[in-house]
Ligand binder design. Structure first.
Ligand code: CU
Length: 111
């Protein structure tokens, strides 16, 4: 039993660094409100995988779409989705809300 516990503890310790390397390091949030993205420009670190929550606070659905990021995902009204982006090269990546293109425009800047 003791050996089992030691084994589990050691095992967990060995895996921790691997898990933290594998998982995304930071989480960012983009809010959709009145068919606009907020912030309209989001800066994230280049060369790293990040987690981006798209939080749709409008009652209507929106579609997060970006040719440059190669993403297209519907967010139901009042719901959230999670996107994993990167690692990205430094630069600007435009995205828009397919359902409200006139107002829902944004840029992700990797630096
Ligand atoms: Cu689309």
């Amino acid at each position: 039993m003791v050996r089992l516990i030691v084994h589990l503890v050691l095992g967990a310790c060995l895996w921790l660094p691997v898990l933290s390397l594998a998982g995304p390091q930071e989480t960012y949030t983009i809010v959709i409100k009145e068919h606009q993205f907020e912030p309209a420009q989001l800066s994230i670190p280049a060369g790293r995988k990040v987690k981006v929550v798209i939080d749709n606070q409008d009652p209507t659905p929106e579609e997060f779409e970006s040719y440059e990021l190669n993403r297209e995902k519907v967010v139901a009204g009042g719901k959230q989705i999670i996107l994993y982006l990167g690692p990205l090269k430094p630069g600007s990546y435009k995205y828009f809300g397919e359902f409200h293109k006139e107002t829902a425009q944004g840029t992700i800047v990797a630096k």
